[in-house]
Write a protein that binds this ligand. Structure first.
Ligand code: CA
Length: 409
């Protein structure tokens, strides 16, 4: 360290004139060039700059430690005790802005700071200075301020994700990819399941993270609408007998704009009609009111839309919803399909699904087929349709299903 421990010696001198002092910490890691590298750890340079740019004589350099700049700030006697923290916070924001204005960010650009003024700042008023335990008081203050720096940086991450989600929604920049579903009887493409993808370079770790974040931030309805709209508007050209499968969660069905006049217009723009759309319902939370759900679904079905129960056989999908909602399709989850040819229990459950579905006049789709053995087994069991990497991967512009895999009937 260039100076004594957090400028303790100077601090002791200053306490005489400023009985009330606070600590400000600024994370400098955002600026690779600029003041931080120019001044190195020279307290003299920092103090000169602080006096000039902040126009204050009661703001002093404390130290620069592991990428954090530490300052002491005199607190005017007029600031009551319970307003010291807000006072320090406001001053920390101003110092941060001044540093940003004179620095170059990591990308080599002058830092744009609008809306990010609280990123990487921390502060703590130093209570009990002058009692002979100055080092302890300063140390406690540093710990508290450093914690605030950490918090503001993680809050910043949330803020950036929120901005990106808002941008995705405003610019409609999510993408849909389409995975073929083939009819096992004649190996023809029966339809495509639309799957949402984040745009390239997205901060989100994938569509699941995107939907979870939207849910947490009360933007799930908007994102879901955009996903449906994108799925329809970019759908591959379908023959009249082919379908598009669109994922929806049970809770979204309650959205009054779930299927609007606009949906029908988008369909007709693509030369499609409601009877070509299958909504795949998944239950992330259990359905409390089946009567209400049935009523809503009946409304859409009367317009021609079809319903599939998604993820059947997975943990969060209940047999009750199949029985109560009487869907047009059951999509059996990949966890049951994977390696089913080697697992008697899975075979038994798959047979049960097929037998039950046939009795109820529901069609069956097996998901997640990756091996020829699985395809053979499911076909022999009497599944109607199949989907999985073996048949075709999701793509923006899907070709017909993998022709080598499914012999023509
Ligand atoms: Ca699905």
């Amino acid at each position: 360290m260039a100076t004594s421990w957090f400028g303790i010696e100077q601090l002791i001198d200053r306490i005489e004139h400023h009985p009330s002092i606070g600590l400000i910490g600024i994370d400098l890691s955002e600026w690779s060039g600029g003041l931080a590298s120019k001044f190195r750890e020279e307290s003299f340079e920092w103090e000169k700059w602080l006096a000039k740019s902040m126009n204050r004589s009661d703001l002093w350099f404390g130290d620069e430690v592991s990428g954090h700049l530490w300052l002491y700030a005199g607190l005017p006697a007029s600031v009551p005790e319970d307003e010291r923290d807000p006072y320090l916070r406001a001053m920390a924001k101003r110092v941060r802005e001044a540093i940003a204005a004179e620095s170059v960010g990591k990308a080599g650009q002058p830092s744009a700071t609008s809306g990010q003024k609280e990123r990487g700042i921390g502060y703590a008023s130093l209570q009990g200075l002058g009692t002979g335990r100055i080092k302890d008081v300063v140390y406690d203050g540093v710990v508290k301020a450093a914690e605030r720096i950490r918090e503001s940086l993680s809050g910043q991450r949330e803020w950036e994700l929120r901005c990106e989600l808002e941008r995705l929604l405003a610019e409609s920049s999510i993408k849909s990819v389409y995975q073929p579903i083939v009819r096992l009887g004649d190996s023809k493409v029966f339809g495509y399941e639309a799957l949402t993808r984040c745009p390239e370079g997205s901060l989100f770790d994938g569509p699941l993270a995107l939907f979870r974040f939207a849910e947490k931030n009360q933007m799930a309805l908007a994102l879901d609408r955009l996903a449906r709209e994108t799925a329809i508007r970019h759908s591959p050209a379908l023959a009249a007998v082919q379908k598009i499968f669109i994922n929806v969660t049970m809770s979204i069905i309650n959205d009054p704009h779930f299927v609007s006049g606009q949906t029908v217009r988008w369909l007709s723009e693509r030369g499609m009609f409601p009877g070509q759309v299958v909504f795949e319902l998944t239950e992330r939370s259990s359905i409390d009111d089946f009567d209400a759900a049935k009523k809503i679904l009946a409304h859409y079905r009367s317009q021609g839309y079809e319903i599939a129960i998604d993820d059947a056989g997975a943990g969060y999908s209940s047999l009750q919803s199949i029985v109560e909602l009487n869907p047009d399709y059951i999509k059996v989850d990949r966890s049951l399909v994977s390696l089913a040819d080697k697992d008697e229990m899975k075979k038994h459950m798959l047979r049960t699904f097929v037998r039950f579905a046939k009795k109820m006049n529901i069609r069956t789709v097996a998901e997640g087929i990756e091996r020829p053995e699985e395809l053979r087994l499911l076909r022999a069991m009497g599944f109607d349709y199949a989907q999985g990497y073996l048949i075709g991967r999701p793509s923006e512009f899907p070709a017909a299903a993998n022709p080598g895999v499914l012999p023509r009937a």
